[in-house]
Unconditional design. Structure first.
Length: 389
């Protein structure tokens, strides 16, 4: 093959890969409307002429969608962590997500290949890093249609591979029609607080910061008139007897007035070195809402008697104000798997809590909130979110 012929053969890939990256970056930010671009990556994948080109397209899409990870991870793990470690986490997760698309690429048979690729990127083990799933765009195109809308989205993604122009035009019309559908209103009985307490990350626990954050939350909880007050993930620090005692007077006041605070904390598991990442009820109600899928490697360490416990097949449903509440804590908000398990249990409200101090200057907080909004619109379930930065 001559150099000119080689360049001509390579040119479509040299255009498609950066385009896929641009789609990933544009679709996965803070704009729900921009999420409508995500299906274009699947169409671009299907129109490649080689498996290598198809894989590179999806790899670029996932790398761009997760662009905040290497910068956020570097802060989360601390300055002593080599930069290559954060980069490997970013690339490794994107490689895992693009692998099913590479294996399933072909010149025909998309009617089953696309749904299978989506499933493989949703369920564990790959689903444990299953962010930027194009099926999430169902909340833009088919709001309030629930499971039917999700099935329609998967069918549309497969159809895009055969008739990109016609199906793309139909989806554009669907997005315009969906834009007039109102998102479910957040209930007035729960007040979510957005905080700026920061965090210590790889530097270890900062007990003075935790003390100050608890004092601030106590003041906010006591002064609130709402029956329930929601605070972000882990802002109370380790929920020890000393932390509970710090809340004693506030808890008594909340009980006397029939109110409850949901406080994000790490709850030690007796007899182990592990914790539960939970929203602890303080006041009139008692109990916990527990995270199911903590961040693998940094929080969830199944090989060690340390870290945060996981429950990969839990539905995340708890009772809040007599309502079936689906709780999604931080990392879970990026994934499809825990959300679908929750929706299968029929929640009446979705509660999101996150501690994003480590990712405050990245795209991650916006992607988390946007993803929750997309699912809330699809299943027409009210959403309330509390984030710490």
């Amino acid at each position: 093959m001559t150099r000119a012929a080689f360049t001509k053969a390579l040119a479509p890939t040299l255009v498609a890969v950066p385009l896929a990256g641009a789609i990933g970056a544009a679709a996965w930010g803070s704009s729900l409307a921009a999420l409508a671009l995500a299906p274009l990556a699947v169409s671009l994948w299907a129109t490649r002429t080689t498996r290598l080109a198809a894989w590179l397209v999806m790899l670029a899409y996932y790398l761009a969608a997760a662009r905040g990870l290497p910068f956020g991870a570097a802060r989360f793990f601390g300055n002593d962590t080599p930069a290559i470690f954060s980069a490997l986490l970013w690339f490794g997760a994107s490689l895992a997500l693009s692998a099913p698309w590479a294996c399933l690429w072909a010149r025909q048979g998309y009617y089953w290949r696309v749904p299978l690729a989506l499933v493989l990127c949703t369920v564990p083990p790959v689903g444990l890093v299953g962010w930027a799933n194009p099926a999430t765009a169902a909340g833009v195109f088919f709001p309030a249609l629930g499971w039917l809308g999700l099935v329609a989205m998967v069918a549309a993604l497969a159809a895009l591979c055969y008739w990109p122009t016609r199906v793309g035009a139909a989806l554009a019309v669907a997005a315009l029609a969906g834009a007039v559908v109102s998102s479910p209103a957040a209930p007035s009985w729960i007040q979510a607080h957005q905080t700026t307490y920061g965090g210590s990350g790889g530097a270890g626990r900062d007990f003075m910061r935790d003390y100050a954050a608890n004092q601030s939350m106590i003041e906010l909880a006591v002064s609130s008139k709402a029956p329930f007050v929601l605070f972000p993930e882990t802002v109370a620090g380790l929920w020890t007897p000393a932390t509970a005692e710090l809340w004693d007077d506030a808890a008594a006041h909340l009980r006397a007035t029939g109110r409850t605070a949901l406080v994000g904390a790490e709850v030690p598991i007796e007899g182990t070195g592990r914790t539960r990442n939970a929203l602890v009820f303080v006041g009139h109600h008692s109990g916990e809402l527990v995270q199911r899928i903590p961040v693998p490697v940094s929080m969830w360490k199944p090989w060690a008697d340390a870290g945060t416990e996981a429950n990969l097949f839990g539905d995340g449903i708890g009772q809040v104000n007599g309502k079936r509440a689906a709780v999604l804590v931080c990392y879970e908000q990026l994934l499809v798997w825990p959300m679908l398990l929750s929706q299968a249990a029929g929640p009446e409200i979705v509660i999101g809590a996150a501690n994003d101090y480590w990712a405050a200057e990245t795209s991650i907080p916006g992607i988390q909130t946007m993803t929750l909004r997309a699912w809330s619109r699809l299943f027409s379930v009210p959403l309330v979110v509390a984030v710490n930065l």
